[in-house]
Write a protein of this length. Structure first.
Length: 306
Protein backbone atom coordinates (compact mmCIF):
# COMPACT_ATOMS: atom_id res chain seq x y z
CA UNK A 1 0.00 0.00 0.00
CA UNK A 2 2.84 2.35 0.84
CA UNK A 3 4.43 1.58 -2.51
CA UNK A 4 1.22 2.57 -4.32
CA UNK A 5 1.01 5.85 -2.41
CA UNK A 6 4.63 6.64 -3.21
CA UNK A 7 4.04 5.93 -6.91
CA UNK A 8 0.98 8.19 -7.00
CA UNK A 9 2.89 10.94 -5.23
CA UNK A 10 5.78 10.70 -7.68
CA UNK A 11 3.36 10.87 -10.62
CA UNK A 12 1.80 14.02 -9.20
CA UNK A 13 5.20 15.64 -8.73
CA UNK A 14 6.26 14.78 -12.29
CA UNK A 15 2.95 16.06 -13.68
CA UNK A 16 3.34 19.32 -11.76
CA UNK A 17 6.76 20.10 -13.18
CA UNK A 18 6.12 18.63 -16.65
CA UNK A 19 3.99 21.07 -18.69
CA UNK A 20 3.35 18.61 -21.53
CA UNK A 21 0.38 16.31 -22.17
CA UNK A 22 0.22 13.19 -24.33
CA UNK A 23 -2.71 11.71 -26.27
CA UNK A 24 -2.38 8.24 -27.75
CA UNK A 25 -4.42 7.02 -30.74
CA UNK A 26 -4.61 3.24 -31.20
CA UNK A 27 -4.96 1.48 -34.54
CA UNK A 28 -7.91 -0.48 -33.18
CA UNK A 29 -10.59 1.30 -31.20
CA UNK A 30 -13.10 -0.10 -28.69
CA UNK A 31 -14.55 -2.24 -31.48
CA UNK A 32 -11.72 -4.64 -32.25
CA UNK A 33 -12.39 -4.82 -35.99
CA UNK A 34 -12.70 -1.05 -36.54
CA UNK A 35 -9.54 0.96 -37.19
CA UNK A 36 -11.22 4.07 -35.76
CA UNK A 37 -9.53 7.25 -36.98
CA UNK A 38 -6.02 5.83 -37.01
CA UNK A 39 -5.90 5.72 -40.84
CA UNK A 40 -6.91 9.40 -41.07
CA UNK A 41 -4.15 10.40 -38.65
CA UNK A 42 -1.68 8.28 -40.60
CA UNK A 43 -2.66 9.93 -43.89
CA UNK A 44 -2.44 13.43 -42.40
CA UNK A 45 1.03 12.88 -40.95
CA UNK A 46 2.36 11.21 -44.10
CA UNK A 47 1.03 13.93 -46.40
CA UNK A 48 1.43 17.08 -44.31
CA UNK A 49 4.46 16.35 -42.18
CA UNK A 50 6.27 13.55 -43.97
CA UNK A 51 9.02 15.71 -45.44
CA UNK A 52 10.82 15.86 -42.09
CA UNK A 53 10.89 12.08 -41.60
CA UNK A 54 13.61 9.71 -42.82
CA UNK A 55 11.94 6.30 -42.52
CA UNK A 56 8.67 5.35 -44.22
CA UNK A 57 6.50 2.30 -44.81
CA UNK A 58 4.65 1.81 -48.11
CA UNK A 59 1.21 0.26 -48.66
CA UNK A 60 0.83 -1.11 -52.20
CA UNK A 61 -2.84 -2.10 -51.78
CA UNK A 62 -4.97 -2.50 -54.88
CA UNK A 63 -7.57 0.02 -53.66
CA UNK A 64 -5.16 2.95 -53.97
CA UNK A 65 -4.29 5.08 -56.98
CA UNK A 66 -0.67 5.20 -55.85
CA UNK A 67 1.44 3.66 -53.06
CA UNK A 68 0.49 5.09 -49.68
CA UNK A 69 3.46 5.89 -47.49
CA UNK A 70 3.30 6.22 -43.72
CA UNK A 71 5.84 7.22 -41.13
CA UNK A 72 7.78 4.27 -39.74
CA UNK A 73 8.20 3.53 -36.05
CA UNK A 74 10.72 5.57 -34.11
CA UNK A 75 10.20 8.73 -36.15
CA UNK A 76 9.24 12.01 -34.52
CA UNK A 77 7.22 14.46 -36.59
CA UNK A 78 6.79 18.10 -35.57
CA UNK A 79 3.62 19.82 -36.71
CA UNK A 80 3.08 23.58 -36.39
CA UNK A 81 -0.62 24.47 -36.48
CA UNK A 82 -1.90 27.98 -35.69
CA UNK A 83 1.37 28.84 -33.92
CA UNK A 84 1.12 25.79 -31.64
CA UNK A 85 3.71 22.98 -31.73
CA UNK A 86 2.77 19.30 -31.72
CA UNK A 87 5.15 16.35 -31.58
CA UNK A 88 3.91 13.10 -33.13
CA UNK A 89 5.54 9.74 -32.55
CA UNK A 90 4.70 6.34 -34.14
CA UNK A 91 5.37 3.08 -32.33
CA UNK A 92 4.28 -0.56 -32.18
CA UNK A 93 3.71 -2.78 -29.18
CA UNK A 94 4.29 -6.51 -29.57
CA UNK A 95 2.80 -9.22 -27.31
CA UNK A 96 4.96 -10.97 -24.76
CA UNK A 97 5.87 -14.54 -25.65
CA UNK A 98 4.40 -16.56 -28.52
CA UNK A 99 0.80 -15.41 -28.90
CA UNK A 100 -1.56 -16.55 -31.64
CA UNK A 101 -4.90 -14.85 -32.18
CA UNK A 102 -7.60 -14.69 -34.83
CA UNK A 103 -8.40 -11.07 -33.93
CA UNK A 104 -6.50 -8.22 -35.61
CA UNK A 105 -4.60 -6.04 -33.22
CA UNK A 106 -3.89 -8.86 -30.72
CA UNK A 107 -0.64 -9.94 -32.37
CA UNK A 108 0.69 -6.38 -32.44
CA UNK A 109 -0.75 -2.95 -31.76
CA UNK A 110 0.24 0.25 -33.55
CA UNK A 111 -0.11 3.69 -32.05
CA UNK A 112 0.37 7.38 -32.77
CA UNK A 113 1.15 9.60 -29.80
CA UNK A 114 0.93 13.39 -29.89
CA UNK A 115 2.59 15.58 -27.26
CA UNK A 116 1.73 19.25 -26.66
CA UNK A 117 1.85 21.94 -24.00
CA UNK A 118 -0.96 21.73 -21.49
CA UNK A 119 -2.01 25.29 -22.31
CA UNK A 120 -3.32 23.93 -25.63
CA UNK A 121 -5.39 21.09 -24.14
CA UNK A 122 -8.78 22.58 -25.02
CA UNK A 123 -7.50 23.80 -28.38
CA UNK A 124 -6.32 20.28 -29.26
CA UNK A 125 -9.68 18.68 -28.48
CA UNK A 126 -11.83 21.38 -30.08
CA UNK A 127 -9.74 22.38 -33.10
CA UNK A 128 -6.50 20.56 -33.78
CA UNK A 129 -7.58 16.90 -33.67
CA UNK A 130 -10.79 17.61 -35.69
CA UNK A 131 -8.55 19.37 -38.24
CA UNK A 132 -6.21 16.36 -38.40
CA UNK A 133 -9.09 13.92 -38.90
CA UNK A 134 -10.85 16.04 -41.53
CA UNK A 135 -7.68 16.56 -43.56
CA UNK A 136 -6.66 12.92 -43.17
CA UNK A 137 -10.03 11.65 -44.40
CA UNK A 138 -9.86 13.97 -47.42
CA UNK A 139 -6.36 12.73 -48.26
CA UNK A 140 -7.47 9.10 -47.93
CA UNK A 141 -10.43 9.74 -50.24
CA UNK A 142 -8.21 11.36 -52.88
CA UNK A 143 -5.70 8.50 -52.82
CA UNK A 144 -8.12 5.59 -52.90
CA UNK A 145 -9.01 3.77 -56.09
CA UNK A 146 -12.64 4.43 -56.91
CA UNK A 147 -14.74 1.38 -57.76
CA UNK A 148 -17.54 0.25 -60.07
CA UNK A 149 -19.98 -1.98 -58.15
CA UNK A 150 -22.53 -4.44 -59.55
CA UNK A 151 -25.11 -6.23 -57.43
CA UNK A 152 -24.91 -10.01 -56.96
CA UNK A 153 -28.04 -12.19 -57.23
CA UNK A 154 -29.59 -12.74 -53.82
CA UNK A 155 -28.97 -16.50 -53.96
CA UNK A 156 -25.23 -15.71 -53.76
CA UNK A 157 -25.47 -13.40 -50.76
CA UNK A 158 -23.56 -14.77 -47.80
CA UNK A 159 -22.08 -17.76 -49.68
CA UNK A 160 -18.38 -17.88 -48.94
CA UNK A 161 -17.02 -14.40 -49.52
CA UNK A 162 -19.95 -13.32 -51.70
CA UNK A 163 -21.67 -10.13 -50.61
CA UNK A 164 -24.41 -7.90 -51.93
CA UNK A 165 -22.05 -6.13 -54.34
CA UNK A 166 -19.01 -7.09 -56.41
CA UNK A 167 -16.57 -4.44 -57.60
CA UNK A 168 -13.75 -3.67 -59.99
CA UNK A 169 -11.59 -0.57 -60.31
CA UNK A 170 -13.42 2.34 -61.93
CA UNK A 171 -11.12 3.58 -64.68
CA UNK A 172 -13.43 5.16 -67.26
CA UNK A 173 -11.58 8.08 -68.93
CA UNK A 174 -14.62 10.27 -69.68
CA UNK A 175 -14.59 13.84 -68.36
CA UNK A 176 -16.63 16.93 -69.10
CA UNK A 177 -13.65 18.26 -71.07
CA UNK A 178 -13.87 15.30 -73.46
CA UNK A 179 -17.67 15.10 -73.50
CA UNK A 180 -19.22 16.21 -76.81
CA UNK A 181 -22.35 18.20 -76.03
CA UNK A 182 -23.75 21.72 -76.19
CA UNK A 183 -21.44 24.00 -74.10
CA UNK A 184 -24.38 25.79 -72.48
CA UNK A 185 -26.04 22.56 -71.38
CA UNK A 186 -22.69 21.21 -70.18
CA UNK A 187 -22.13 24.32 -68.03
CA UNK A 188 -25.63 23.97 -66.58
CA UNK A 189 -24.90 20.40 -65.51
CA UNK A 190 -21.50 21.30 -64.03
CA UNK A 191 -23.00 24.22 -62.09
CA UNK A 192 -25.75 21.97 -60.76
CA UNK A 193 -23.24 19.30 -59.66
CA UNK A 194 -21.09 21.93 -57.95
CA UNK A 195 -24.14 23.25 -56.11
CA UNK A 196 -24.97 19.73 -54.97
CA UNK A 197 -21.38 18.93 -53.97
CA UNK A 198 -21.11 22.09 -51.84
CA UNK A 199 -24.65 21.90 -50.46
CA UNK A 200 -24.35 19.27 -47.72
CA UNK A 201 -24.82 21.81 -44.94
CA UNK A 202 -27.82 23.32 -46.71
CA UNK A 203 -29.51 19.93 -47.09
CA UNK A 204 -28.95 19.24 -43.39
CA UNK A 205 -30.29 22.68 -42.46
CA UNK A 206 -33.56 22.20 -44.33
CA UNK A 207 -33.90 18.58 -43.18
CA UNK A 208 -33.49 16.84 -46.55
CA UNK A 209 -31.38 13.84 -47.46
CA UNK A 210 -28.22 14.90 -49.29
CA UNK A 211 -28.95 13.34 -52.66
CA UNK A 212 -29.64 14.42 -56.20
CA UNK A 213 -31.44 12.59 -59.01
CA UNK A 214 -31.24 12.82 -62.79
CA UNK A 215 -33.15 11.23 -65.65
CA UNK A 216 -31.10 10.12 -68.67
CA UNK A 217 -33.32 9.21 -71.61
CA UNK A 218 -32.49 7.99 -75.10
CA UNK A 219 -31.67 4.91 -77.21
CA UNK A 220 -28.45 2.91 -76.70
CA UNK A 221 -25.21 4.41 -78.00
CA UNK A 222 -25.93 8.12 -77.55
CA UNK A 223 -23.66 8.59 -74.50
CA UNK A 224 -25.71 7.97 -71.34
CA UNK A 225 -22.98 5.79 -69.79
CA UNK A 226 -20.31 8.29 -70.83
CA UNK A 227 -22.27 11.08 -69.16
CA UNK A 228 -22.50 9.06 -65.94
CA UNK A 229 -18.76 8.34 -66.06
CA UNK A 230 -17.99 12.04 -66.58
CA UNK A 231 -20.15 12.93 -63.59
CA UNK A 232 -18.48 10.26 -61.44
CA UNK A 233 -15.02 11.50 -62.38
CA UNK A 234 -16.04 15.10 -61.76
CA UNK A 235 -17.41 14.33 -58.29
CA UNK A 236 -14.77 11.64 -57.56
CA UNK A 237 -17.56 9.21 -56.61
CA UNK A 238 -17.87 5.43 -56.81
CA UNK A 239 -20.51 4.02 -59.17
CA UNK A 240 -23.11 1.39 -58.23
CA UNK A 241 -24.67 -0.22 -61.31
CA UNK A 242 -27.94 -1.68 -60.01
CA UNK A 243 -29.27 -4.52 -62.18
CA UNK A 244 -32.98 -4.68 -61.37
CA UNK A 245 -33.49 -8.05 -63.08
CA UNK A 246 -31.43 -9.62 -60.26
CA UNK A 247 -33.65 -8.06 -57.56
CA UNK A 248 -36.71 -10.09 -56.50
CA UNK A 249 -38.57 -7.63 -54.27
CA UNK A 250 -38.42 -4.36 -52.36
CA UNK A 251 -36.81 -6.02 -49.34
CA UNK A 252 -33.80 -7.06 -51.42
CA UNK A 253 -33.70 -3.64 -53.05
CA UNK A 254 -33.55 -1.92 -49.67
CA UNK A 255 -30.76 -4.23 -48.51
CA UNK A 256 -28.74 -3.27 -51.58
CA UNK A 257 -29.25 0.44 -50.91
CA UNK A 258 -28.22 0.03 -47.28
CA UNK A 259 -24.95 -1.59 -48.39
CA UNK A 260 -23.97 1.34 -50.62
CA UNK A 261 -21.54 3.97 -49.36
CA UNK A 262 -21.80 7.74 -49.22
CA UNK A 263 -20.51 9.89 -52.07
CA UNK A 264 -21.50 7.42 -54.76
CA UNK A 265 -23.63 7.35 -57.88
CA UNK A 266 -26.37 4.73 -58.12
CA UNK A 267 -27.33 3.86 -61.68
CA UNK A 268 -30.72 2.23 -62.30
CA UNK A 269 -31.54 1.31 -65.88
CA UNK A 270 -35.03 0.72 -67.20
CA UNK A 271 -34.84 -2.29 -69.52
CA UNK A 272 -38.27 -1.72 -71.02
CA UNK A 273 -38.28 -0.56 -74.67
CA UNK A 274 -39.63 2.92 -75.28
CA UNK A 275 -41.66 3.68 -78.39
CA UNK A 276 -40.79 6.88 -80.19
CA UNK A 277 -43.47 9.42 -80.86
CA UNK A 278 -43.62 11.23 -84.17
CA UNK A 279 -41.61 14.23 -83.00
CA UNK A 280 -39.05 12.28 -80.98
CA UNK A 281 -35.41 12.16 -82.08
CA UNK A 282 -32.32 10.18 -81.02
CA UNK A 283 -30.80 12.86 -78.79
CA UNK A 284 -30.20 12.21 -75.12
CA UNK A 285 -32.42 14.05 -72.65
CA UNK A 286 -31.06 14.85 -69.18
CA UNK A 287 -33.39 16.32 -66.60
CA UNK A 288 -33.10 16.77 -62.83
CA UNK A 289 -35.78 14.82 -61.01
CA UNK A 290 -37.18 14.88 -57.51
CA UNK A 291 -36.13 11.90 -55.37
CA UNK A 292 -37.97 12.72 -52.16
CA UNK A 293 -40.88 10.31 -52.74
CA UNK A 294 -40.38 6.80 -51.40
CA UNK A 295 -43.27 4.82 -52.84
CA UNK A 296 -43.20 1.26 -51.57
CA UNK A 297 -44.63 0.03 -54.86
CA UNK A 298 -42.17 1.89 -57.09
CA UNK A 299 -38.72 0.53 -57.93
CA UNK A 300 -38.24 0.79 -61.69
CA UNK A 301 -38.02 4.50 -62.50
CA UNK A 302 -34.96 5.05 -64.73
CA UNK A 303 -32.65 7.43 -62.89
CA UNK A 304 -29.24 7.70 -61.36
CA UNK A 305 -28.75 9.47 -58.08
CA UNK A 306 -25.71 11.03 -56.45
Amino acid sequence: MNHVKITLLMNKIVAYFNPYIQITISEYGPERFERSDFIAVEAYLSDSCGLVARKFKADLGRDRKKPQTSVDDGQEIVDNFNHAMFWWYAYTEYPRGNVFSWSPGDEKRRFYRVTFHRNFHVFVLDSYLPHVLEEGRAITARNRQRCLFTNNPSNRWGSGEKTFWSHVAFQHPATFDTLAMDPTEKKTIIDDLNAFKDGKDYYAKVGKAWKRGYLLFGPPGIGKSTMIAAMANFLEYDVYDLELTAVKNNTELRKLFVETTGKSIIVIEDKKPHKKSGGENDNMTLQPMETEKDDEETKADPFWGA
